[in-house]
Design a protein around this ligand. Structure first.
Ligand SMILES: NC(=O)C[C@H](N)C(=O)O
Length: 511
């Protein structure tokens, strides 16, 4: 296809890096080809904001570093892009909302800053559900992003633009955020890989807040190795985020921690020879096989589990008895936190201000009513209700109690039975755009397999594991869940699977 970005010739960030350091390719050439391709795929509506001059200035800086002969930073020249909830100097940061349609931040989010320092070249800002609230990217004020495998379907949400851009080959990797599944779910529906690390691992400074006890940043890329190349440099303690951890199970939370854990895990796996995952105990929650799961998704997940067994792993049944309860629990806690976080958009300090109003109270209420979309308004209403006097104990406090039980269930499974837990990411393949519009609760129910992990603050991934849906053309993801701070091990397990299978190498037709 015309406008194929040059980086798509390379099947990993590592291979691209080699071409860049040997100067057989320049960051400038790469960036121009990627920008052209991104503009040519406007049909995907994956990008909300592209600014060629800003991107080319970053590419120019990367080329200077690469030409200097010294050790260029690890991602010098690698084309990436950011979910539009990370604030960026220069590019607008909208969070997919009319409220912030013209907002330009005076500073970069830590994630953006760290990738910039590592030399990555940003192509711009990616579409997402408004304030990350949604599972289909249909709640964006700027229209839905589309799934490159079938543009009549959703890419998943809320990091839909990120997954669509990676799946369409427009960038090598993209940043995302995951509050209740927003990295894993779009990765699954777009046939790419994604990881949400342990809560507190990656700084949220400059990440527009939604549910603060749940929000975590994570990358989306083609495969586990590329995820590592992005996750490792963005992870690490940041004093500007009060939830950022200084230590992870005794190791300092610094870039390099996840990489060294990954390398150690790979080394230990070498001892297994042709059975690298010998003895790995995979917990399969019996509650994940239920009437909500489509047959084609169940089949692909079963086949993936068999592939893991062929690599030496063993399957054990585990129980996560409160899986169904994770939906009402999450949809009390997340809206409660959202209602508080979004109270800052008052028409005075940030964002949209109504053109006409009588007094201050009317100005605030009009500004908010005009600029927030229906899903955001719904969650603010739910959140305000569950926090209100007389209902707080019955809903919010109760949800917090169940949240602890859900986290305990995972710990029981890990302590007694298994090293990792596997299952589906989503109950179905990508739905058609518009299918869930009449019934917002249907969209909430689709989060059943991802919410427990988020409530517990655990790390989890999605890796491509097959196809289903109409004509078997839509991707399916396998979820791999680890215990706290086991990101490196998760990535190593996923890497072995990806060495043995080629689902992650499949590309949609137009590429
Ligand atoms: N933000 C997320 O992780 C997506 C989740 N479906 C939500 O709407 O809250």
């Amino acid at each position: 296809m015309a406008n194929t970005p040059l980086h798509t010739q390379f099947d990993s960030i590592a291979a691209l890096r080699q071409a860049l350091t040997s100067r057989s390719l320049s960051a400038h050439e790469l960036a121009v080809s990627a920008l052209d391709a991104a503009e040519a795929r406007a049909d995907l509506n994956a990008f909300l904001h592209i600014d060629r001059d800003l991107t080319l200035a970053q590419a120019h800086a990367a080329d200077k570093l690469l030409a200097s002969g010294q050790d260029a930073p690890a991602l010098a020249g690698v084309p990436i892009a950011h979910k539009d909830v990370f604030v960026t100097r220069g590019w607008r940061s909208t969070a997919g909302s009319k409220m912030l349609a013209n907002y330009v931040s005076p500073f970069d989010a830590t994630v953006v800053e760290r990738l910039h320092e590592a030399g990555a070249v940003s192509l711009g800002k990616l579409n997402c559900d408004e304030f990350a609230m949604g599972s289909g990217n249909e709640n964006s004020a700027f229209g839905p992003a589309r799934n490159p495998w079938d543009t009549s379907t959703i890419p998943g949400g809320s990091s839909g633009g990120s997954a669509a851009a990676v799946a369409a080959g427009l960038v090598m990797a993209a940043t995302g955020t995951d509050t209740g599944g927003s990295v894993r779910q779009p990765a699954a529906l777009c046939g790419v890989s994604g990881i949400k690390p342990t809560y507190g691992t990656v700084s949220r400074f400059g990440m527009i807040a939604y549910g603060s006890s749940l929000d975590q940043a994570g990358p989306i890329a083609r495969h586990a190795q590329d995820l590592l190349d992005i996750l490792d440099p963005i992870s690490g303690f940041d004093p500007r985020d009060s939830t950022s951890l200084e230590h992870c199970n005794g190791s300092a939370n610094v870039p390099g921690r996840i990489r060294s854990q990954y390398e150690q895990a790979l080394q230990a796996q070498e001892a297994g020879g042709s059975l690298p995952l010998k003895g790995l105990r995979i917990g399969v929650p019996k509650e994940f096989v239920n009437d909500k799961l489509d047959a084609d998704v169940a089949k692909a997940v079963q086949a993936a589990l068999q592939a893991f067994e062929a690599l030496g792993a063993v399957r054990v049944e585990v129980s996560l008895p409160r899986t169904e309860l994770s939906i009402p629990t999450y949809y009390v806690i997340a809206p409660a936190e959202a209602s508080s976080n979004l109270s800052r958009y008052d028409g005075v300090r940030y964002g949209h201000r109504a053109a006409q109003y009588g007094d201050l109270a009317e100005m605030t209420s009009r500004s908010r009513t005009e600029a927030f979309g229906p899903e955001v308004l719904r969650r603010i209403m739910v959140g305000t209700y569950v926090l209100s006097h007389g209902y707080y104990d019955a809903y919010y406090l109760q949800a917090q109690r169940v949240r602890h039980m859900i986290a305990d269930d995972f710990q029981r499974a890990f302590a007694d039975h298994c090293d990792v837990i596997m299952g589906p990411v989503t109950p179905t393949t990508a739905k058609h755009i518009g299918d869930n519009r009449e019934d917002p609760v249907a969209e909430w129910l689709a989060d059943i397999y991802t919410l427990g992990v988020s409530l517990a603050g655990l790390p989890a991934m999605s890796v491509p594991c097959g196809f289903g849906g109409a004509q078997g053309r839509l991707p399916i993801g396998l979820q791999i869940i680890g215990n706290y701070f086991h990101e490196g091990q998760l990535l190593a397990v996923a890497h072995r699977y990806q060495q043995a299978t080629d689902w992650h190498q499949r590309k949609p037709e137009q590429q």
